[in-house]
Ligand binder design. Structure first.
Ligand SMILES: [Zn+2]
Length: 401
């Protein structure tokens, strides 16, 4: 037993030194079967350190995902490298937090600045993992409590990646949403206590219900929003070039995939163009209407699939508009798979509260206009995190009111 391997002075040693002495002197005599070990001998904050360090390493990986997933790049190869000089970062320089600080946020080879985001994501993920251990861990009984802490830690890691990607690209990649749902189902099956269940299939059932309620609610809101504020006018001070490719429309300041504009057959992109150019002909001063099934230029009607590229010049365009995208539907599904339907309802209500407060604040500060688009994913993510650490405990209290 672990008892036999260290001296009685153990209690006066610092916790970390105590751990090291257990690990160092007892390697050969310790009974390593984890269920017989007396885990209370390992100081609580030894695990806190482990969780924090693990979180920083995971954060380092999330940085790779945040940069590469939206660009459709592999997250395995190539190795991390400087985007400016392609300098491949050796493993001994790839230490979370430390590297960025030691190099003062610059590439070691060419001196190009490395975004603060890398440091922020590593620290945030480290803190998230640590918080999960502090909230759900129990050093005396780590075997039952560690899985819950780890599942929530993985869940928060997904939220962090989704948040940073959504802010920058207005999408949440399927790897995170569908991947998250799969992980959520598996975790709920193996750790049913996530859903206050004691048997595997009850955990899984509650996870399924959560995913369905999550996705269905957001989908309903999306449809309703479409009916209420279905269109958006975008205007420019002078003539602007608008390019329609096979997959997206390029406006002067951004590119929007058709996936985000066309949800229904009746969705239409409309503009009055000064000139329109196709590969083989041109038009002047015509009304252009593009829907998923038809392209109308003036009187002419054609199949959009026959027109690989079109260039128009105009001062304005009318777009079908969404307050939320299908990415949010899948994202809420993934959140439901982890948190169950109560977590979904809370996340939805709390996120719209935060969204409203932030939106109005920004408008009052004149940082944004009423019509401009904001990603909604980060608010859902924040609300889901609040649910884990506090919201869940509020439910009985709210119900009692
Ligand atoms: Zn470089």
């Amino acid at each position: 037993m672990i008892h036999s391997v260290h001296s009685p002075q153990f209690t006066v040693l610092s916790p970390l030194a105590g751990c090291l002495s257990v690990l160092g002197s007892g390697l050969w005599t310790v009974d390593w079967r984890p269920w017989t070990a007396d885990w209370s001998l390992v100081p609580f904050h030894f695990w806190s350190l482990v969780f924090f360090a693990l979180g920083c390493i995971v954060g380092s990986f999330l940085n790779v995902c945040i940069y590469r997933l939206p660009l459709g790049m592999s997250i395995i190869t190539p190795r991390s490298h400087c985007p400016y000089c392609k300098y491949s970062i050796p493993w001994y320089l790839n230490i979370p937090l430390v590297t960025w600080l030691a190099l003062r946020g610059r590439c070691k080879n060419c001196g190009a600045p490395i975004s603060w985001r890398y440091f922020a994501v590593e620290l945030l993920t480290g803190v998230a993992f640590l918080s999960c251990w502090l909230a759900f861990g129990n050093a005396g009984h780590p075997l039952p409590s560690m899985p819950v802490a780890l599942v929530y830690a993985v869940f928060l890691a997904g939220l962090i990646a989704a948040t940073f990607i959504d802010f920058e690209h207005f999408i949440i990649p399927d790897e995170i949403t569908f991947g998250g749902m799969a992980v959520g189902f598996a975790a709920s099956f193996f750790v049913p206590s996530l859903h206050d269940a004691s048997t595997l299939n009850v955990g899984l059932r509650r996870s399924f219900i959560g995913a369905i309620v999550g996705a269905a609610t957001i989908y309903g809101i999306l449809r309703l929003g479409k009916l209420l504020f279905g269109r958006q006018w975008v205007k420019w001070p002078r003539d602007a070039k608008i390019i329609f490719t096979e997959t997206s429309v390029h406006l002067p300041d951004k590119e929007i995939p058709y996936d985000e504009l066309f949800y229904r057959k009746s969705d239409v992109i409309m503009l009055h163009a000064r000139t329109v150019e196709l590969v083989d002909r041109g038009y002047q001063d015509v009304l252009v209407r593009l829907s998923p099934s038809a392209l109308e230029i003036g009187e002419e009607k054609m199949n959009p699939n026959d027109v690989p590229c079109m260039e128009a010049v105009s001062t304005e365009i009318v777009l079908p508009r969404e307050a939320m995208g299908l990415g949010d539907v899948k994202f809420m599904g993934a959140i439901g798979a982890f948190l169950g339907w109560q977590g979904v309802v809370f996340s939805l209500m709390f996120s719209s509260l935060i969204g409203a407060v932030v939106g109005v604040t920004l408008i009052v500060m004149r940082r944004r206009e009423w019509s401009s688009r904001m990603p909604y994913g980060p608010y859902i993510a924040l609300a889901a995190a609040v649910w884990i650490f506090g919201g869940k405990k509020l439910v009985p209290w709210l119900l009692a009111m």
